[in-house]
Design a protein around this ligand. Structure first.
Ligand SMILES: [Zn+2]
Length: 67
């Protein structure tokens, strides 16, 4: 799917590239959605990222966008 709307204004955020935990693929523009607390020690939480389509489909709100 081509996306020609790349000219939107706004803060210049770095493009994240990684694994989307919801559809199970590697993609761009992922956001950190959730940190699982594994309870096995400090700093060991498993971070779960989602791509933009999955955020919309599943109603996910990135941690950084929550109040
Ligand atoms: Zn996804």
């Amino acid at each position: 799917m081509a996306d020609a709307s790349q000219t939107r204004g706004g803060p210049a955020l770095p493009t994240a590239y990684g694994h989307c935990a919801w559809h199970g693929g590697t993609t761009r523009d992922i956001r950190l959605i959730h940190i699982e607390q594994t309870g096995s020690g400090p700093g060991t939480g498993r971070r779960r990222f989602a791509c933009h389509p999955c955020q919309i489909e599943h109603g996910l709100v990135p941690l950084a966008d929550r109040p």
